[in-house]
Structure formats: C-alpha cells, structure tokens
Design a binder for this molecule. Structure first.
Ligand SMILES: Nc1ncnc2c1ncn2[C@@H]1O[C@H](COP(=O)(O)OP(=O)(O)OP(=O)(O)O)[C@@H](O)[C@H]1O
Ligand SMILES: [Zn+2]
Length: 722
C-alpha cells in the first residue's frame, strides 16, 4: 500500500502519515491537502526516511484529500529547507512556509477580481469619504481591501461606491505572462577589467555547476553592468536568475537600469506586493516563466523551476539577516542554495563582510576584483574633521570646515550629501522643567521626535503618539527640549545656514514606498536637490554624478554600544557613503566628523587603507574567537512577565552545558530589556569552529522546562546584540 509522510505547514504539528488514494500522483515535493480531525491542512510530501516520526499502523491512516495544482518542490529545494531548519535551529514547517509564501497561489482559480475607478463624472454631491477615495484611487487597481488601505477609507465605503457604479470590477488573469527580457537589448561596452570579470562569470553560468564568487569592486566600478553579463547568458540559456537586493528603496534605481539593459522589467518580489501580484509572481516563478526575479531576502526560498544564477548585491548589508521568525542570513543561505542546485552565486560588494573576504582568502570563494572606478572617475579625497578641535556652535552639529565646503558646493551648483544614521529630529526629548524623558511604554527605548510628521515614535515597536503640548509628568507647557540630532534636525540646520538651498531628507520615513523613492531619485538626478540629508538608506547604490561632497556628521555613532561588529560596520557605512562622492567627471571630497580620530577604523578610512583595516580587524577577531574563526549564537528568553522571564533565564543557566569548546556568557538582561511588551534575557554563546554548536544548543534547551508564557529564541550567527 502506498503511504507517505508529509511535512505540515504548521510548526506546532509533527510530520503526519497518510495513504495515497488511487489516481493521485503524490511524489516527494508534492503539495497536498490532508485531513486532520475535522480540519484540512496543507503539507508537502517528504522523502521517505528523512522526517523522523512515530510509525502509525496502516489501518489507522486516512487518505490524502488531493494534490494542490503546483509543480512539486524540487529535491535541491527540499534539501535547502532541511539544511536551513537544522542550521538555524528553526522548525522545518516555518522554513517551508517561506517556500509556499503565497497561500493564494496554491488555490485553483486562474482569474481574480480587482477593482478600479469607473471613470466619468459622479452625479450629485459626494460624501467626503467618497471624494477622498476618488482623489486617491486615480490609476490604482487592486482588491477592495488594498484600495481601502490606499484611500484610507473603510471597505464599506468602497463597496457602496461599487454599488453606485463609481468603482468597477475587472477580471484579471493571474497567470498573464511577464514581458520578456532580451539579453541582447542594449549591450554596453565594458572596460577591460569589467570584461575579464564578466567573462569569468559567463563561463560559470555555462558550466552549470556550484561556483561561489566574491565580486569585490570599489564604489562606482560598475559591478551592476558587469554582473548583468552572466544574467544575460542565463537568459540566453533559458534559465532563471535571482538578484537579491538589501533594500526595497534601492530597487527603483536598479529597475530602471535593468530595463535599459534588457528592454523589460524583471519580476519583483518583496513583502509589500499586493496579493494578486504575489500570486502572479509565485506561479510564474514555479512554472519557469519568470526570467529574472529581483527581490528582498524572502525571494531566496521561492520554488524556481530552473534557476541558473544567484546574485546578492551589496552582500555585506545586514538587512539580509532576518531577525524574527526564522532567523537566517540570506547571504549565507544563497550560497547553500547554489550548492544544492549546482549553480554559480555572486556576492557583490565594495566593502565585503569580513566573513566573505575570509572565504575568498582561503580559496573557498573565487575573488573577482574591479579595482578602479568606471570611466576614469577617481575615488574621493577623504579628510578627518576633529570635533574636539573644531567644535560646532552650541545647538549645531556641523563644524565650520564642513559648512564652508557646503557653501562652496552650493555656489558651484554641485550636490552634497550629509550622512547621519538617525531617523527623526532628535533621539531624545525631555522636559526642561522636571527632567521627564519620553520613553516607550512597551520597550526600553526613548521615543524619537519626528517633526515632519509631528509625532513621537518608538523605532522598535512602531508606537506613535502626538507630541504633547505640556509635559505629561509635571504639566508644564511649552517645556520640551530636543536632545541630540537626527537627520531632520541637520536638515533644519542646513536650511538656517543656507536659506536658499533645496534640502531633502532621505530616510525610510520619507522614501518608504517605491513611488517616493523614484520621485527622490528623479529630483536628485534633475538637480532639483542641493543637499541630501540621509541615513544608511542613501549610503549605497545611488549614483548622482554631480554629487561632489559627502559629510559624515558623526562617525563615532556606530562605535558605541555592544555590537561585536561595530568597527566593521562603521567602516562599511562610511566607505559606502564616501563612495557616493565624485562618481561623475568632477572629483569628490569627503569630510568625516569624529571625536576619536585615532580609532583604528577612523584612521583606516582617512588613509583609504582598506587592507590595513581588514587585516587588523581579522587579527582582533582571531584573538576573540569571533567569526570567521569561531562562532556565536544568542539565546533570547522573553515573557510579558519580568519575573517569569528572569526565572526562565536562571533555570536555563543552571542546566548549561560544560564543554571545552563552548563558552557561555549570561544570562543577562538584554540591552533592550523590554521589547514590544516582553521582558528579555540573553545568553551569548561563543563556540569553536569545530564544536557542534546547534546540537549542543538543542540539547541544552531541551533539558530545561519553561512556563507557557516564555518564548525561547535561538539566533545563530547573530548580527543584532540588543
Ligand atoms: N561598461 C559601462 N558602460 C557604461 N556605463 C557604465 C559601465 N560600467 C559602469 N557604468 C556606469 O557607471 C556608474 C557606476 O556603476 P555602478 O553603479 O554599477 O557601480 P557599483 O560598482 O555598483 O558602485 P557602488 O558599489 O558604489 O554601488 C553607473 O552609472 C553605471 O551605469
Ligand atoms: Zn516601543
């Protein structure tokens, strides 16, 4: 008799066994519907012998209800699901959910109903809500729910408008094909360096075998143009390509360049896609008609029918690390996927992660270098501005030499970029009268004032409140003081110094949607902006030829706090933002404001001595047994009840393993001791490379018992230490 074991997409359930009814072709990887008590569950038929579970006698098994009409998940993807779950100590079901991440795609129908404005003039007077909907929905099409959120009216209002004929339904085919990309649409002529690198990558695509590359090219060297050639080759071979980008705000720029090169847009994948777009993309990916997919990290787990190449652009970016749900690093999992599938993977960066450089050094990754900027542009001159000597006046943050350079740029009609990695107006607000500090009630964090939206916001849980007129503690009016600068405050300072300058704030608050990002890029390119004040969002990817000055407002900011990669991250951020200067024909200049001009990372930036920085950092990591020489893992215990969290931490501490190859620090209250209403305790584990870290952690946690309100999170290779 034919029985199968399935992986159910519900982490609370173990694997379940079923019989396969006559006529149902269930093979490993098939997505199936199965009965469970009175319910139906979705699952994936797994390979025999690879999902441990208790044997149920055959006569007790129920038959599967049927197959979901999607291609079975291929073997390499099943191995990737297993590997990811095992490596990151996550449930296989949670990983599998990322593969089948478009529930809607699994259903049967091939058309769906969307809505849009019917056009024409409404008869009679409109309610304010209907007016608002008409104003905001021009050019929009989507489900009622999506339109309601776009127009900020209730779904009821829109349904009423459908009834009144103001909004009309449209039948949309889910599987309508995407426009075809043409590998030979507009082929650039590459520089000799670029040609050599591109040639090597094209060869690897043709070879159809696992080959990891580190594409290490200075800012402005044309890494994108270069890796477009192996993309073109994969297209010629009829295979699919995945390009991972760290930030959705960067995609606009990328899409435009992609379209110029290939004559059609790629298929987009990110978390804010509309559900119909998601279904269409998922199905096209699984059927093989999506040629090139550009996406955020979650695109990595999709069921590509015939993948031929993976590119991870800005591969050093920490946003490739997911910090909730399955805590994985898309950069590392990309390499594993390439290995299981047998294909080349390219990690591209001007400031590679130390871990990636190390892999190149020991010969695991092949290193391809682009040592100079494209078109003869020079790397910018870098100067240190010692804030202990050049103090800005009270309440100001830009030292005089930087102000002078800004003035010069404005005079010459060139653009400047000021970088400060802090959103909002001020990181802390307090009452001048009683000293009350505005804190988030759910997190151990200050509320950040955002003047552009007149709100106080918690950057951890998203809480927002209006800025109060009076202090909630002492009741005194007009007594709030902003402490320290955020980008909005720097923008104010520039506006006061140069009232005629056109200043733009560029952060995730102001460039949150693709449309706004596109508008910002268009304005900057048209030189309608003189000074950009931005966070890490503007440090990478952007190419504005007339931008010739970069000011780093506070280079010391990233060095504070307990981040074990602080120096590396500071180096990367400053080097990336410096890389925005002088990309065209005019030379660029960078001023770095710091109070610690002798700190090794600042000195390395000043000397432009990347090799010295990486060498010193490598030695420091070796001494500390830190990655890539040793490994870290974090365990985070949390509960809504402080005492419960603390006791769980103590209990886990009591049963800690004593092994020579593991060092366990903690438990200690996390730096963010309260997050989203949960109290948090942390352990940090430092392991030798040879230790079986995951097995030790699983065994350790398995030995402790926790109250039901306690959550246990394991973070392998953590990037966040809060
Ligand atoms: N072969 C080429 N032909 C024409 N233009 C090119 C070529 N190579 C690069 N460019 C142009 O040079 C500029 C810089 O290239 P690109 O943005 O790809 O650099 P990058 O290496 O990705 O830099 P960064 O790491 O700073 O983002 C872009 O405007 C790009 O279009
Ligand atoms: Zn909060």
């Amino acid at each position: 008799m034919n029985r199968v074991r399935i992986l159910v997409l519900n982490a609370a359930l173990g694997p379940l066994d079923y019989t396969v009814p006559e006529g149902v072709d269930a093979v490993p990887g098939s997505v199936v519907i199965a009965p469970l008590g009175p319910r139906r569950v979705t699952g994936i038929v797994w390979d025999e012998g690879r999902l441990p579970g208790t044997e149920v006698p055959a006569e007790k098994l129920r038959p599967l209800l049927g197959l979901v009409p999607v291609p079975p998940l291929a073997e390499p993807l099943r191995r990737l699901v297993e590997w990811t779950a095992d490596y990151y100590c996550a449930a296989m079901a949670s990983v599998a959910r990322m593969v089948l991440s478009s529930g809607g795609a699994l259903g049967g129908p091939t058309t769906t109903t969307e809505y849009r404005l019917a056009g024409g003039e409404p008869a009679g007077r409109l309610t304010a809500q209907r007016r608002q909907a008409l104003d905001r929905l021009a050019g929009e099409q989507g489900t009622i729910r999506e339109l309601a959120s776009a127009a900020e009216v209730s779904e009821g209002v829109l349904r009423g408008m459908v009834g009144a004929g103001l909004i009309e339904p449209v039948e949309v085919a889910i599987d309508r094909p995407y426009p075809l990309a043409d590998p030979d649409h507009d082929v650039p002529s590459l520089s000799p360096d670029q040609s050599e690198v591109a040639g090597r990558l094209v060869e690897a695509v043709r070879a159809q075998a696992f080959a990891p590359f580190l594409l290490d090219g200075v800012t402005g060297s044309g890494k994108t143009e270069t890796y477009f050639e192996p993309v073109a080759e994969a297209l010629r071979m009829g295979r699919q390509v995945l390009v991972l980008l760290p930030e959705i705000a960067l995609t606009e720029n990328f899409l435009a360049r992609f379209e110029d090169r290939f004559g059609a847009a790629p298929v987009l994948w990110h978390s804010s896609l509309k559900s119909t777009e998601r279904r269409r993309a998922w199905r096209a990916i699984a059927q093989g008609s999506a040629q090139v997919v550009v996406g955020a990290r979650s695109a990595l787990f999709l069921p590509y029918a015939d993948l031929g190449l993976i590119v991870v652009d800005e591969a050093h970016e920490i946003s490739f690390k997911q910090d909730d749900g399955v805590r994985y690093n898309a950069r590392d999992v990309s390499v594993m996927r390439a290995r299981f599938e047998g294909l080349p993977v390219v990690l591209a960066s001007a400031t590679p992660a130390l871990e990636s450089l190390h892999m190149a050094e020991i010969g695991v990754y092949e290193r391809l270098e682009l040592p100079s900027r494209f078109g003869g542009a020079q790397l910018p001159d870098i100067h240190i501005l010692d804030l202990t000597r050049e103090k800005p006046p009270r309440g100001r943050w830009l030292a005089q030499p930087l102000v002078d350079r800004l003035a010069q740029r404005l005079e010459r009609g060139e653009q400047s970029l000021l970088f400060l990695n802090r959103r909002g107006y001020a990181p802390l607000t307090l009452c001048r009268n009683c000293g009350h500090r505005f804190k988030c009630p759910h997190c151990s964090a200050w509320l950040v004032e955002h003047r552009l939206s007149a709100r106080l916001a918690c950057h951890h849980c998203g809480l927002e409140t209006q800025v109060p007129e009076a202090c909630p503690e002492c009741g005194e009016g007009d007594c709030l003081v902003a402490c320290g600068p955020g980008v909005e405050r720097i923008a104010d300072e520039v506006a006061e110094l140069f009232p005629e300058a056109r200043v733009a704030v560029a952060t995730s608050d102001t460039l949150g949607s693709p449309e706004r990002a596109a508008q910002f890029i268009a304005e900057a390119e048209a030189k309608a902006i003189d000074v950009i004040v931005g966070t890490q969002l503007v440090t990478k990817g952007f190419h504005f030829p007339d931008l010739t000055l970069v000011g780093v407002v506070d280079a010391d900011l990233g060095l504070e706090g307990g981040d074990l990669r602080a120096a590396e991250r500071t180096y990367q951020q400053v080097a990336q933002v410096a890389g925005r200067a002088g990309r065209g024909s005019k030379p660029g200049e960078v001023l770095i404001q710091t109070r610690h001009k002798d700190a090794p990372v600042i000195a390395a930036l000043a000397d432009g001595d990347r090799d010295a920085f990486y060498a010193a950092e490598t030695e420091a990591r070796r001494d500390a047994g830190a990655p890539p020489f040793g490994r870290w893992a974090a365990i985070i215990l949390s509960s809504e009840d402080e005492k419960e969290a603390r006791e769980a931490a103590i209990r886990l501490g009591d049963v800690r393993p004593h092994q020579g190859d593991l060092m366990i620090l903690g438990p200690a209250p996390a730096p963010l001791a309260l997050l989203r209403g949960r109290y948090r305790y942390r352990f940090l584990v430092n392991a030798w490379r040879s230790a079986n870290l995951q097995a030790a952690l699983r065994d350790w946690i398995g030995r402790a018992e926790f109250a039901p309100g306690v959550r246990v999170g394991i973070d392998i290779d953590p990037y966040s230490f809060v």
